[in-house]
Write a protein that binds this ligand. Structure first.
Ligand code: PMP
Ligand code: GLN
Length: 394
């Protein structure tokens, strides 16, 4: 066990301690459980892209500090990706910034754009780094809760409108949404966009699961909606799209003045990172459409496999339209406290999951929900289903 940070951690970060992902991955390792907690695939991405990274290392490309905004090959590939998939035009030199994963992009955006005391409206449950980064920026988070409705977690647009005040600096949006798997519809996003324009707000949108949408759901980048391109900071990353979560290559696309602001913060966080990997990710972004289709199909099948196992085991399953994650309600199992449930799950079933309550300010709202990752090999998902089925007999 690592020691507690509490004696020395400053007030801004006191409530955050150790991330749930580190805690739960350590629990999985300690107990030899199947780890459906932290979202990372258990198979690496395309061999040709791994080879591209090796080639870059061997050829000495990126072994010394790459340029601050990212290597030109990657910035060009990011711009081409936005054009090819969404019809969005970005100038690789002034409107693209490469970051150390989406995590740094989120941190740099919030540190650059939020004044102390500003309010940041974020969808609850929210990815854990949002809360910590808002706090580091001295901002105040204002959660708007997604609630179960017709089998999925949905945004209440009236609540969103009511959350905006004169102190609101920006809307922090995430679609496809972690942990609920909700993909915001064009109608919902249009309402978000209209609100942003009407109240003259910036929008930071985390779209790291942009290629992981299933069935008839479609990912609509906020920046494509009227009035949004100039006020939107779009964040994505190679981790989920190419199954190399350890490479930590992410990016920001936005209008020049916004990219310049984010770069000002970013240069003092890492300055630069992942030199050789940047070249490999440039190649990955240029993969043909068949790669993206196959990835989506693979994860859809895995979603179906795990969702079936969880349903069979007695959970209420919210079938995700996107991401790596299925959120479940544990109340049909006679449980109501996701934290206690997740802490006891390794011993009871040899499986690790994440209590959604960690992603809530309104902890009681999140209490009965538990998230399972399905970005794992089919045998692993089948075995997890079998183990979880044993819970009914406990
Ligand atoms: N945003 C969301 C919603 C995530 O789930 C994650 C984890 N992949 C990140 C950001 C961080 O991405 P990265 O690993 O590229 O830093
Ligand atoms: N994004 C991953 C998840 O939600 C975890 C990333 C991390 O460990 N910070 O599970």
């Amino acid at each position: 066990m690592t020691s507690s940070a509490r004696p020395f951690l400053n007030r801004r970060l006191a409530e955050f301690g150790t991330t749930i992902f580190a805690e739960m991955s350590a629990l999985a390792a300690r107990t030899g459980s199947i780890n459906l907690g932290q979202g990372f695939p258990d198979t690496d991405g395309p061999e040709e892209i791994r080879e591209a990274a090796v080639r870059a290392l061997r050829d000495g490309r990126g072994n010394q500090y790459p340029p601050g905004p990212g290597v030109p090959e990657l910035r060009t590939a990011v711009a081409a990706h936005q054009q090819r998939h969404y019809g969005l035009t970005y100038d690789p030199d002034t409107e693209v910034l490469v970051t150390a994963g989406a995590t740094e992009a989120i941190a740099a955006s919030l540190l650059a754009l939020v004044e102390p005391g500003d309010e940041v409206v974020a969808l609850e449950p929210y990815y854990d780094s949002y809360a910590a980064c808002i706090a580091m920026a001295g901002g105040r988070r204002v959660p708007v809760t997604l609630r179960p409705h017709g089998g999925a977690f949905r945004l209440d647009l009236d609540e969103l409108r009511a959350a905006v005040t004169d102190r609101t600096r920006l809307l922090l949006i995430n679609t496809p949404h972690n942990p609920t798997g909700t993909v915001l519809t064009r109608e919902e996003l249009t309402a978000v966009a209209e609100l942003a324009v009407e109240r003259d707000l910036l929008v930071v949108t985390d779209e790291v699961y942009e290629h992981l949408v299933f069935d008839d759901a479609a990912h609509v980048p906020l920046a494509t909606l009227p009035g949004m391109r100039e006020r939107t900071v779009t964040i994505s990353s190679s981790g989920k799209t190419f199954s190399f979560t350890g490479w930590k290559v992410g990016w920001v696309t936005a209008a020049p003045a916004l990219v310049a602001a984010v770069r000002s913060a970013k240069q003092f966080l890492t300055y630069v990172s992942a030199g050789p990997f940047q070249y490999a990710v440039a190649e990955a972004l240029n993969l043909p459409d068949s790669y993206f289709t196959a990835l989506r199909e693979d994860l859809r099948a895995k979603r179906d496999l795990l969702a079936a196992g969880l349903t069979e085991a007695g959970f209420e399953v919210f079938r995700p339209a996107g991401t790596y994650f299925v959120t479940t309600d544990i109340r049909p199992l006679g449980e109501s406290d996701g934290f206690a449930f997740c802490r006891s799950l390794p011993e009871r079933a040899g499986v690790v999951a994440i209590p959604n309550a960690v992603f809530y300010d309104h902890r009681e709202e999140g209490a009965p929900f538990v998230r399972f990752a399905f970005c794992k090999q089919p045998e692993t998902l089948r075995e997890a289903g079998k183990r979880l089925a044993g819970l009914r007999k406990d």
